[in-house]
Ligand binder design. Structure first.
Ligand code: CS2
Length: 481
């Protein structure tokens, strides 16, 4: 992801910050006074555009919440940010465009290179919160929703709990060290797009801990705080166009800036307790009604995003903006929202679902944001269950039509076939199986659909055997030929 420095501009770092062009927003605090209060697992673009931005604001009045960012696999973020003293630029691309230098990340660690440094941060008394963005697959859950004990990383970590490689393994080893010395557990804040993310994570962490040390599991069960959350901000991956734009606007070279729309939202279940950072003071919603927000966002925004991704690629589009500008897809998106998804939702207090859906469609039409459909299409086997199948299962139970809801699934199947036929890599933890299925698809609707439906990691067996669902899927698949 990081590009070699090709420009002659000064590189962004603590000493060059003051040389940034006028109008660039700078950290409003003395970075030398910060201490680490948060460990973040998975500092990809979304974390740096979202949670790190909220902490950047918080640090202006409370220096205890600097972030130690931990990459679980690759050194890319560390290699880009350490020479920049952890600083990077957040480009907010919308009707009003702003460039903001974010200073909340004070340290970047690469877990496989230095596990003791990660454990030391996790076990430090000052660390009170661990946030994570490790994508759906990083939770190592089975299709039933609990810890997948057959997952290769979990198999490894259960055999070597003091030398973990998975996020679950790190969380448990950090908690074990705190338990051993009588420290309170850290709050664990899941920031990925999974329904009931915090609850699922707590169940997975406790199940893992139970295999390692039952007393530890009982302590986590009793004292652990794993709020459910809803996170939202559209964050396309960084590319060289962004690097160039940031350099022009700031006058500084940044190896890995990030971009997002102006809209950002973070809703956290209000269970963090008194020693938590005052996130409400920087615009985070703390509520006992997170489920309503989270379902509405996952189903309306992410569900329709995935629909636009697969159906859009089939129609030759590259970006969300292009897809939503296609009248056929714009109609599909709105009809799905209004006719199929909203009827399954319970609005959280104060949220008008129809207006919320319209606002999402407007965000998709943001011409400043070049969000590649291919980025959204990744990991479909992990995303579709939360984004579409929940809605679809409830529609089936309520006796409603699932014809339109079957379209994104059929489009995903056709996308896999198209991508494999074109020799493009499938980015998905089930890639090998998907490629094998695509190889068996000869164009006969019934047998092609049946081959995909046999993927029980994606389609629960009862749903895959439901004649109304199968007929809807076959109809949608044939219609996309
Ligand atoms: C997108 C999300 O890549 C994807 O699958 O649907 O990253 C989406 O942009 C965010 O959830 C918006 O908050």
């Amino acid at each position: 992801m990081t590009a070699l420095k090709a420009s002659t501009a000064l590189r962004l770092r603590a000493t060059s910050c003051p040389a940034a062009l006028p109008g660039v927003i700078q950290p409003a605090y003395d970075r030398d006074r910060l201490t680490v209060g948060v460990v973040h697992l998975g500092p990809g673009a979304f974390h740096r555009a979202h949670q790190a931005y909220y902490f950047d604001q918080l640090l202006a009045h409370d220096p205890r919440w600097g972030i130690c960012a931990v990459s679980l696999k690759s050194p890319g973020v560390r290699d880009a940010l350490t020479p920049q003293d952890g600083l990077y630029t957040l480009a907010q691309l919308d009707e009003d465009t702003t460039f903001r230098i974010i200073g909340s990340i004070v340290e970047v660690l690469v877990a496989p290179e230095d596990p003791p440094a990660v454990f030391a941060r996790l076990a430090a008394p000052m660390t009170r919160m661990v946030t994570l963005t490790v994508t759906e697959k990083g939770y190592c859950l089975s299709s039933e929703g609990g810890l997948d004990e057959a997952h290769p990383d979990i198999v490894h970590d259960l055999a070597n709990p003091r030398e973990p490689i998975s996020a679950i393994g790190y969380l448990v080893e950090g908690l074990r060290r705190r338990f051993a010395v009588g420290l309170a557990p850290y709050a664990v804040v899941a920031c990925d797009n999974l329904a009931d993310n915090g609850w699922r994570l707590k169940a997975a962490v406790t199940a893992f801990a139970n295999r390692v040390e039952p007393e530890l599991a009982a302590w986590i069960e009793a004292e652990g705080r794993f709020p459910r959350t809803m996170v939202d901000s559209i964050t396309p991956a960084t590319d060289d166009v962004l690097r160039g734009r940031v350099e022009t606007a700031t006058g500084l070279y940044d190896a890995w800036p990030v971009q997002r729309e102006a809209f950002t939202q973070w809703v956290i279940e209000d269970v963090l307790g008194a020693d938590a950072p005052d996130l409400a003071s920087v615009g985070v919603t703390l509520t006992d009604d997170v489920r309503g927000f989270e379902r509405a966002k996952l189903r309306l925004l992410n569900g329709v995003h995935s629909t636009l991704a697969y159906a859009g690629i089939l129609r030759g589009h590259q970006t969300v903006f292009e897809a939503i500008s296609d009248p056929v897809l714009a109609k599909l998106a709105r009809d799905l929202m209004v006719e199929d998804i909203i009827p399954t939702l319970t609005a959280p207090r104060g949220l008008d679902l129809a207006a919320y859906a319209e606002a999402i469609l407007k965000r998709f039409r943001n011409p400043e944001i070049r969000h590649l459909l291919a980025q959204i299409a990744w990991d479909g086997s992990q995303k579709l269950p939360f984004r579409i199948l929940g809605t679809l299962g409830e529609a089936l139970e309520a006796g409603r039509s699932v014809d339109r809801l079957a379209l994104p699934l059929a489009a995903w199947m056709r996308f896999i076939r198209l991508w494999v036929a074109a020799g493009e890599a499938i980015v998905d933890p089930l890639a090998e199986r998907l490629v094998a299925i695509a190889a068996t698809c000869g164009g006969d609707t019934k047998s092609d659909v049946a081959a995909f439906l046999a993927l029980h990691e994606v389609f629960p067996p009862a749903m895959a055997a439901n004649p109304k669902f199968v007929a809807a899927l076959e109809g949608a698949y044939a219609s996309l030929a």
